[in-house]
Design a protein around this ligand. Structure first.
Ligand SMILES: NC(=O)c1ccc[n+]([C@@H]2O[C@H](COP(=O)([O-])OP(=O)(O)OC[C@H]3O[C@@H](n4cnc5c(N)ncnc54)[C@H](OP(=O)(O)O)[C@@H]3O)[C@@H](O)[C@H]2O)c1
Length: 253
């Protein structure tokens, strides 16, 4: 039977690339996000390429919406073996001194509580499959801090803490927990969301950087980790572009 993989935040960037890649690996992908039209297009694209996918409109900040995602998973045509908690993002680059409480709240709700809600809702199905994998897409911002990144680094540190805690709590059960920590990834929307649609500011982040990561690079890492033999747990995979030796050390030409 075809294994089912759920990818949150599948309507763009890393999530969409991961959905495409997992479908190519043979999973039936449940592609979840808020923008239904984009998901429909993605599913059509995957299907045209010979893969299997279903669009599920889902807001990870809503208990009811996440419950509907779990219902969709229960109807899916195979055991649910993989969950990729990817929905998330950043808002603002303000110092802690003047950061917006609303931005911080949004980042905590989507990145942290979104991961919590979806993981809680899907855990029974993942365990029932006999061999479940939970991927948490955190960030290098979950491992280190940088000026102006207070709200995002706080949220990503919390998401990283969920992955570590969950791995301890699930030890002995047929479930593994994988944390993926990308550095700079040039995706179409991450910067636009962070800077409220300011394309110039979003583009400046990647200006002159030779070879920032792209969404497909991260999807490749996720797919590799998730397709190791079931006894192999890649606890954490940190991936940056060669030009980014550290958060504060970026080579630009
Ligand atoms: N780009 C980077 O440099 C980078 C680096 C490290 C880690 N990351 C992490 O990687 C993940 C994906 O980032 P990306 O670069 O691919 O950004 P992106 O293109 O902005 O993707 C974010 C995705 O999250 C979804 N989303 C946002 N709010 C949601 C909600 N309430 N419910 C459900 N889905 C929601 C969005 O879909 P809808 O708007 O349709 O809901 C979108 O599909 C994020 O967790 C991000 O923090 C990114």
């Amino acid at each position: 039977m075809t294994s089912v993989a759920i990818v949150t935040g599948a309507s763009s960037g890393i999530g969409a690339a991961t959905a495409r890649r997992l479908a190519a690996e043979g999973f039936h992908v449940l592609a979840a996000a808020r923008r239904a039209e984009r998901l429909t297009d993605l599913v059509a694209e995957i299907t045209a390429a010979g893969g299997q996918a279903t669009a599920v409109t889902c807001d990870v900040t809503s208990d009811e919406s996440v419950a509907r995602l779990a219902e969709a998973a229960a109807q899916a045509p195979g055991p649910v073996t993989l969950l990729v908690n990817n929905a998330g993002g950043a808002r603002g680059l303000d110092p802690v001194e003047s950061g917006s409480v609303a931005d911080w709240q949004w980042m905590y709700d989507v990145n942290v509580l979104g991961t919590l809600r979806v993981t809680q809702a899907l855990l029974p199905a993942l365990e029932a499959s006999g061999s479940g994998t939970i991927v948490v897409v955190s960030s290098t911002a979950g491992l280190t801090v940088y000026e102006g990144g207070g709200g995002y680094t706080a949220a990503k540190h919390a998401q990283t803490a969920i992955a570590g805690t969950l791995r301890l709590e699930l030890c002995g059960r047929p479930l593994r927990v994988i944390e993926i920590d990308p550095g700079m990834v040039k995706t179409d929307e991450f910067g636009l969301v962070r800077f409220e649609g300011d394309a110039e500011r979003a583009a400046a982040v990647y200006a002159g950087v030779p070879g920032p990561l792209v969404a497909e690079d991260v999807a490749d890492c996720i797919a590799w980790c998730a397709t190791r033999p079931e006894h192999v747990n890649i606890d954490r995979l940190v991936v940056r572009p060669r030009a980014q030796a550290a958060q504060h050390k970026v080579h630009r030409v």
